[in-house]
Design a binder for this molecule. Structure first.
Ligand code: SAH
Length: 373
């Protein structure tokens, strides 16, 4: 005991610690059955509630008219609590790019970005608050890791976006969410279990998932080799993106520090194994940083390393660096970018420059690669 004055922090709204509240999207079928029993509800409510959530994208008790009025509130409170509170929304590209800032139950903030194109809509989701990978060109990398998100917190980003699109509240009229990319905050393969649970909720058919095509789900990684192999063994045809950013270890260790643990060759070998296990062509992400990694010889070295591992298994997505506040680095000169792309294509490597949707609103986490053109 002490009679010292209470630290200032304690007089402010202290963040709630511990796990987020229980949510439908986190539960296995057995856990959901147990939760329903605990709430005094019959087992068939699992399908009804899941239909409202995954097929209708609603958590509004009043809309659940197939449920007895006395059950609705208890089911929503017990299994569909609000995990994300909107803090701010930023619009770009005539309202077709929407960046959302969310607050989680403990006050931690994360972002997601919706990008609408003719005929498709992509949501860029966060898998962690902050990130532990420390890539110096990435805004999130500068923050360090705060915590992993739960599967429910990841799935809720998607449910919110799907509901907004459907309601017609995004520019372009009512629409459907078609693509999901783990290119928001965090390293998805460093939060493997929650990310895998979320991926299954994305791709499982309604009413137990959103029914998004697996090939339209992209997991982007710095190259955590054992986790890439683990993902390959799941045999889910999701797309893998490897954030390479340099073909040589000397430079890559500087801009993607995990390279000191798994080298360029080890990461590329794992990417190739992923292709063999799933048949899905791997994307190589390459942020073009002026005078840093944008040399023609690096394009040639990259092409060589990819060709050494075969043809037709990979494509490259260069993206102009989105400069982060306070960073000395900037995007490559357009002519240099064009030469880099030409060298890859001349070597026979399919190459698509990614667009820079929402760069005026700092992408998501500052720096989101939009999805491939
Ligand atoms: N941790 C995962 C997901 C991160 S974000 C990963 O590293 O792949 C998705 C992509 O955006 C990654 O390729 C990442 O390197 C890239 N990125 C981060 N900061 C960027 C910036 N300032 N400009 C362009 N791309 C950036």
């Amino acid at each position: 005991m002490t009679d010292a004055p209470r630290p200032l922090q304690l007089t402010m709204a202290a963040p709630r610690r511990g796990k987020p509240p229980r949510h439908l999207a986190d539960l296995t079928a057995d856990e959901l059955a147990a939760a329903l029993t605990e709430l005094g509800e019959p087992a068939f409510r699992a399908k009804q509630l899941s239909t409202h959530y995954f097929a209708h994208h609603t958590v509004d008790a009043d809309a659940m008219t197939d449920l007895p009025a006395r059950s609705r509130q208890a089911l929503v409170e017990g299994l569909l609590p609000p995990l994300l509170t909107p803090v701010r929304e930023l619009l770009a590209d005539g309202g077709t790019t929407v960046k959302s800032l969310w607050k989680l139950h403990d006050g931690v903030k994360v972002e997601s970005v919706l990008m609408r194109y003719p005929g498709r809509a992509t949501l860029c989701v966060s898998s962690q608050a902050g990130c532990g990978m420390a890539c110096p060109f990435c805004a999130t990398g500068q923050q360090g890791l705060t915590r992993n998100l739960s599967a429910g917190e990841i799935v809720e980003q998607v449910r919110h976006a799907a509901a907004a699109l459907e309601a017609g509240s995004v520019a372009g009229g009512p629409g459907r969410l078609t693509n999901l990319v783990f290119m928001g905050m965090g390293e998805p393969l460093a939060n493997y279990k929650a990310v895998l649970t979320a991926v299954r909720r994305f791709i499982d058919p309604a009413p137990y998932g959103f029914g998004v095509s697996a090939r339209n789900v992209t997991v982007s990684t710095v190259g955590l080799v054992p986790a890439i192999d683990k993902l390959a063994a799941e045999k889910l045809p999701v797309t893998l993106a490897l954030s390479l950013h340099a073909p040589d270890d000397a430079l890559r260790s500087e801009i993607v520090p995990i390279n000191t643990r798994w080298t360029v060759d080890e990461a590329l070998d794992a990417a190739r194994r992923y292709f063999e296990a799933t048949g899905r062509r791997v994307s190589i992400e390459y942020a073009l940083i002026r005078d840093m990694n944008d040399h023609a010889w690096r394009a040639e070295l990259l092409a060589q390393k990819l060709l050494d591992r075969g043809r037709g298994w990979v494509h490259v997505n260069p993206i102009p660096l989105n400069p982060t506040p306070g960073s000395i680095w900037t995007a490559s000169d357009p002519k240099v970018e064009a030469t880099f792309v030409d060298r890859l294509r001349a070597a026979g490597i399919p190459t698509t420059v990614r667009d820079t949707r929402g760069s005026d609103i700092d992408g998501a986490c500052g720096q989101l690669a939009a999805e491939e053109a």
